[in-house]
Ligand binder design. Sequence first.
Ligand code: AQP
Length: 332
Amino acid sequence: RPRALSGIQPTAGSFHLGNYLGAIRQYVALQETHDAFYMVVDLHAITVPQDPAELRANTRLAAAQLLAAGLDPDRCTLFIQSHVPEHAQLGWVMNCLTGFGEASRMTQFKDKSAKQGADRATVGLFTYPVLQVADILLYQADAVPVGEDQRQHIELTRDLAERFNTRFGDTFSVPAPHIVKEVAKIYDLQDPAVKMSKSASTPKGLINLLDEPKATAKKVKSAVTDTDTVIRFDPVEKPGVSNLLTIYSTLTGRTVAELEKEYEGKMYGALKTDLAEVMVEFVTPFRTRTQEFLDDPAALDAILAQGAHKARAVAAKTLAAAYDRIGFLPAK
Ligand code: AQP
C-alpha cells in the first residue's frame, strides 16, 4: 500500500470547516487505500506562544475530533507529534540542508510573521516548513492530504528529499500533495476573497465545528453573497454563492450541477436556510462524538500511545538510515 501522512495543529480548540473539508475528509478517505499516518502537530503549535494547560487540553481535543470525524485507529496510525522524538531530530538535519533564502520564500511565514510583527515572530515559525519536511519524509510518504495553502510546503519537501537523495544516496520517497481541487480552499463566509482560517478577521465568517449548532446556522444564514439573484457556480463573479455551493455539495454528496438545478429561480435565502440545516445535521453528531472520546481520556490516551508506538517504529528506521548516510558515528 502507498503511504499517506498529514498533520493538523491543536491550537484553536475546535477545527473549522476549512480544515474538515480541505484536509480531514481526505484523511478519512485515504485510510481505505493507504497505509496512513496522521498526527496532531504540537511541535508546530509552539511556533507561536501557547498556554501549557490549554495546549495539553487542545491536543487531546484535536485527537478526539479526528476520531469523531472518522479516523479509525484500526485502519490508520493516529499519534501526537511530540511523542515521536525523531521529528525534531530529522528536523535539524533538514534545517542544515535548507537555504536561508529558500526558507525566506515561504509565503505562509511571510503572512504570519507580518501579522505578528517581525520582532515577535520566532525562529521556530521561520523553520516551521522545514520541520514539516521532516514530518513527511520520516514516514516515506507518497501522498500528503492538505489544503491549497500547504502546496508550497510540499514542494519544499520534494526539493529537500531529492537534494538529500542526490547528495547522500537514495533515502527518502519523494511525496506528492493530495489536494482535492473542489475543496482545496474553503472561503470565509463574510469575506469570500480570503480563505477560512482560525486567525480570520471576521469570526462570523469562520465555522468552528464545535460551536453551538444554532450559532453555526446563524453564520450560514448571514453569509455574504452578492447583489445578483442567480444561484450559479462561478467563483470569479460569484465567490460567496460558489463557496456555499461547494460546502453544500461536499457535505451532502450531491453535485454542484444538481444543486444549481434545484435552486433555479429560488432566492439566496432558500439556499442558505437549507445549507444551515445540512450544517446543523453535520455538526450535531460531530460534537456528540467528540465529547464521547473526551469523556474517556484513558481510552483516548491508549489510542495515542499505540499510535506513537507504531509511528516510532517507522520513524526510527528512517532516521537511522538518514543518520548513517550523513556520516554520523553509530551510538553503541
Ligand atoms: N480554508 C481552508 N480550506 C481548505 N483547507 C484548509 N486548511 C486550513 N484552512 C483551509 C487545511 O487544514 C489543514 C490543517 O491546517 P493547519 O493545522 O495547518 O491549520 P492552519 O493552516 O494553521 O489553519 P488556519 O485556520 O489556516 O490557521 P491560520 O489562521 O493560523 O493560518 C491543512 O492541510 C490546511 O491546508
